[in-house]
Design a protein around this ligand. Sequence first.
Ligand code: HEC
Length: 159
Amino acid sequence: MRVVRIIKLIRPTMVIALVVLSSWTSAEENQASPQAIEFFEKKIRPILVERCVECHGPEEQSGGLRLDSVSAIQTGGDQGPPFQPTDLDHSLLIKAVRFTDQDFQMPPTGKIPDQEIQLLEEWIKAGGSMPAPTSRLSPSTIAKIIGRISRSRNQIHPR
Ligand code: HEC
């Protein structure tokens, strides 16, 4: 019975450590340069918004895919992430806009201008940098989780 009690005590601490760690690592993971982020915001996001979000956004998520936020782009759709950084030939998004596959062409209503296809290629070739997703846990969310854990802990061990 001793062991069970120890595990009950340790578990909340581990959860807290994991939550804090995950928020740190996601901040460190984002190594996009300011120039790369500016390229995404000025050249790429407008193309996605204008050409894709109509069917891949808040109203419709064709293929399970949304292209209206960084975290959604990273997650991808039914077939997984829409691109492989630096790898144009294995990036679904590039295949889609190039119109090389008759059964998979995006937007289905017609090819976007070559200049925009080139910008998308340039972006992914350089690594597909994006700003950090905004859906990361905020400090207040972390505080709430910790509060909830310590409350449940007090219920297990009433003072
Ligand atoms: C008029 C609606 C429409 C527009 C606009 C559109 N799509 Fe799609 N998209 C679809 C539909 C429907 C599917 C699912 C069927 C399929 O995979 O062929 C899809 C699927 C996809 C997929 C595969 C998702 C997965 O994981 O299965 C990708 C990638 C994609 N679209 C990229 C784009 C890009 C990039 C744009 C903008 C340049 C775009 N789409 C614009 C309708 C649209």
